[in-house]
Design a protein around this ligand. Structure first.
Ligand code: URP
Ligand code: ZN
Ligand code: ZN
Ligand code: ZN
Length: 460
């Protein structure tokens, strides 16, 4: 059945205008003024913004980490994403050294199939490069996994060495993939954490004190230099501090093909949250860690002037009771990550657009369009245009609400933004022309979200 979204203000990365949107067979069929179609279902969007659905380029759903598994899976995680105005997620497929990549990818298909309520793609973690890995990568690209993630931190767990990073950059250039890095110097962090523990420092705040901004700045600069040397392309995930922003800006100025993502947590929370008493600081343990407040200005400034281009959630949720607990008495045992998938879009709107830090069109670009472009999904995803998937958010820009674990839809027992007042809320969310959220109620069906084969980097 056809649907028409009427009288909304359509906002894309480039335009803001009043118009109606006609939807058929999951796609946008027509955009215009006063579209009337016999028998079409009309959805009134007057007084609301109509955005392309958010594209979250950074999630860890049902991810094994630190002896446990992140709480939100492809069911609860994608439902929460939809409530928050996100209609596509790209999740990180982890690999194990010595095991075929095909097995890892199959594991991620098994986790997601029949569960997701919005479309999803995968990035592939590269932990080692050898003949077997090199032989498998062309197939990986053919299957639409066109971004490779290298961890420069988490020593003895996920961390890859510089040779692996460099060979990944060279290979990615040949194959048409975008290399993503978690940029922190894992060796230095290892030294600093051992030293802190030996001195009896076990509280959550030492998670941040043992991974200072310099270790992120150093790793970001190193990755950028290696990218230039390999004449390759790089996307730095979860940029948290001015030190890393400077390195990205410097490399961009030299003409290196490098992109930077930040996350809502770094824009609004700071290191003082890690000092909360009664082990509550553990709720805010993720990597890179929260920083001193002055870094937030650098991040907002970089989003505004284009030195950072995207916002990912880095969703990787663990319950406070039963999971974060694992690190009582030893901060290194606190599983790293937080519940961010639901509030990513709203926080960017409220703190960014409403507070005049970025424009409405920049907001759409940062939370959706640029992500779709960088990761080979545009124009199917990431915009409102004829022929694009009807992944659409009808957003009330005026309503005020308080973020709380009592009302969120993630599966975890706390919200990192608890008590924060924000302005604006997704009211209705569609994936491929079907309602997932209708008037703030979940009406979607598990399994309607499908795996997305993504185009090669730069092939748009
Ligand atoms: O602490 C975090 N960010 N956990 C998720 C894994 C990662 O490093 O992105
Ligand atoms: Zn990371
Ligand atoms: Zn500082
Ligand atoms: Zn992550």
């Amino acid at each position: 059945m056809k649907k028409v979204i009427k009288n909304g203000t359509i906002v894309t990365a480039t335009d803001t205008y009043k118009g109606d949107i006609l939807i058929e067979n999951g796609k946008i069929l027509m955009i215009g003024r006063q579209i009337e179609v016999d028998g079409a279902e009309e959805i009134d969007a007057s007084g609301k913004y109509v955005f392309p659905g958010g594209v979250d380029p950074h999630t860890h759903l049902e991810m094994p980490f630190g002896g446990t598994v992140s709480r939100d899976d492809f069911e609860t995680g994608t439902i929460a994403a939809a409530f928050g105005g996100t209609t596509t997620v790209i999740d990180f497929c982890l690999t194990n050294k010595g095991e075929p990549i095909a097995n890892a990818i199959q594991t991620w298909h098994d986790k997601s199939k029949d569960k997701a309520v919005i479309d999803y793609g995968f990035h592939l973690m590269i932990g080692e490069i050898n003949e077997d890995v090199l032989n498998e990568l062309p197939t990986v690209i053919e299957e639409g996994i066109t971004s490779f993630k290298v961890f420069m931190a988490y020593k003895n767990v996920l961390q890859a060495d510089d040779e692996t990073l460099f060979r990944t950059l060279v290979t990615a250039k040949e194959l048409g993939a975008l290399v993503m890095v978690h940029a922190e110097n894992g060796d230095v962090i290892d030294y600093l954490t051992k030293k802190a523990l030996a001195e009896g420092h076990t509280d959550p705040v030492y998670h941040a004190l043992t991974r200072p901004p310099e270790v992120e700045g150093e790793a970001t600069g190193r990755a950028a230099q290696l990218t230039g040397l390999a004449n390759s392309q790089l996307y730095v995930v979860h940029v948290s501090c001015a030190d890393a922003v400077e390195k990205i800006a410097e490399a961009r100025n030299k003409g290196i093909d490098i992109w930077g993502e930040t996350c809502p947590q770094y824009l609004v929370l700071d290191i003082s949250d890690l000092e909360k008493p009664d082990f509550e600081g553990a709720k805010y343990v993720w990597s890179p860690p929260l920083r001193e407040k002055h870094h937030q200005e650098a991040l907002w400034g970089a989003l505004k002037n284009g030195q950072l281009q995207t916002l990912g959630s880095d969703q990787c949720s663990f319950d406070f009771k039963g999971q974060k607990d694992l690190g009582k008495g030893n901060f290194t045992k606190i599983p790293n990550g937080g519940p961010m998938i639901e509030d990513r879009v709203s926080i960017l709107f409220s703190e960014g657009v409403k507070k005049g830090r970025i424009t409405l069109n920049q907001f759409v670009d940062i939370m959706s369009t640029k992500n779709a472009k960088l990761f080979g999904l545009f124009p199917q995803k990431g915009t409102i245009a004829v022929g694009s998937d009807a992944d659409i958010v009808i957003f009330d820009p005026h309503v005020k609400r308080i973020i709380s674990a009592e009302t969120h839809h993630m599966a975890v027992d706390y919200n990192a933004f608890e008590g924060m007042e924000i302005t604006g809320e997704p009211v209705t969310v569609m994936s491929k022309g079907e309602f997932v959220i209708k008037n703030k109620q979940f009406v979607g069906k598990l399994g309607t979200g499908k795996y997305l084969k993504r185009a090669k980097y730069g092939e748009l």
